[in-house]
Design a binder for this molecule. Structure first.
Ligand code: ATR
Length: 269
């Protein structure tokens, strides 16, 4: 019997997860299918319990359900600290995990040794929380800068690092080895927005934008022109998906197949 997987969220129409996971199921000849389901916070509990009852293989969660889902499942300690989950596994009860942080780590690792590096993290939302806790664990020296300063300070305190508003950003950029944008600034349709003027970036910077639509944001375009190493959000998306896949199946999925499916999907949205 076919095993069903799915991603829950709202809006969900443009999710790239079905294409990414179905490509792997096909490549590995597994009798599984992955679908996107439009679910809101009010019917999230029913949806999760329904999927369990229907013997789904697993679920992903996306905006706006990642925090709410944490209250419904039995979550691992890291997800509890971060405050969100993006993966549910049904093998033994209803277990929740987050793979966003590990996705970011695996994406960045080939570019720079993270340990001991000065990392400027822009943003203090859900994605920033996952990245902050993960990269602290990897030994980065982190500063967090966010439009709403109080939010940066709150997250920084939880992680055990420093938090700022955007007023001192030039200094923070100057002192950074790695810059990660985890805000939605630059994301479609506001593609000409960036938080960092181009002339602040230098060739020694590694600039990672977790946004993947567009693939090259204004920040990355500027960073490239300045001679910096750049990384877009595609591989973070792929690796977080690969980690979910491993949790569900125990199988190491083919990363290149997933990447190809994501890039093809991005061209069609
Ligand atoms: P996610 O879960 O995807 O991280 P989020 O929790 O809504 O989403 O967080 C979005 C992040 O982008 C926040 O850090 C937000 O800053 P605030 O905390 O001040 O809201 C940041 N952000 C969004 N639009 C922004 C803008 N125009 N300028 C600066 N930061 C922005």
């Amino acid at each position: 019997m076919k095993t069903i997987y799915g991603v829950l969220g709202y809006p969900i129409k443009h999710s790239l997860s079905p294409a990414m996971h179905n490509a792997v199921f096909k490549y590995l000849s597994l009798d599984c299918s992955y679908y996107a389901f439009e679910v809101n916070k009010d019917n999230l509990k029913e949806a999760i319990y329904g999927a369990k009852a229907l013997k789904f293989g697993g679920l992903n969660l996306t905006i706006p359900l990642k925090e709410k889902a944490l209250e419904i499942v039995s979550a691992d300690p890291l997800s509890k600290k971060i405050g969100s989950i993006n993966t549910i596994d049904f093998k033994d009860g209803i277990k929740g995990y987050t793979t966003d942080g590990i996705g970011a780590k695996l994406a960045l690792e080939p570019y720079i040794n993270i340990k001991g590096k000065n990392l400027l993290l822009l943003g203090a939302g859900g994605a920033a929380r996952a990245i902050a806790f993960q990269f602290k664990k990897e030994g980065a020296d982190i500063v967090i800068a966010n439009r709403t300063k109080e939010r940066a300070i709150k997250l920084a305190k939880e992680v055990g690092v420093r938090g700022y508003g955007l007023d001192n950003l030039k200094n923070l950029v100057e002192n950074a080895d790695i810059i990660i944008n985890s805000t939605s600034v630059g994301m479609y349709p506001n593609t000409n927005h960036t938080l960092i003027p181009s002339d602040w970036i230098n060739p020694d910077h590694v600039v990672f934008d977790i946004v993947y639509n567009p693939i090259e944001t204004k920040l990355l375009e500027d960073a490239k022109k300045a001679g910096a190493k750049t990384l877009n959000g595609v591989m973070m998306l792929v690796y977080q998906g690969a980690e979910s896949f491993k949790i569900w199946t125990g199988i190491e999925p083919p990363i290149d197949i997933m990447k190809k499916a994501v890039l093809k999907g991005l061209r069609s949205i």
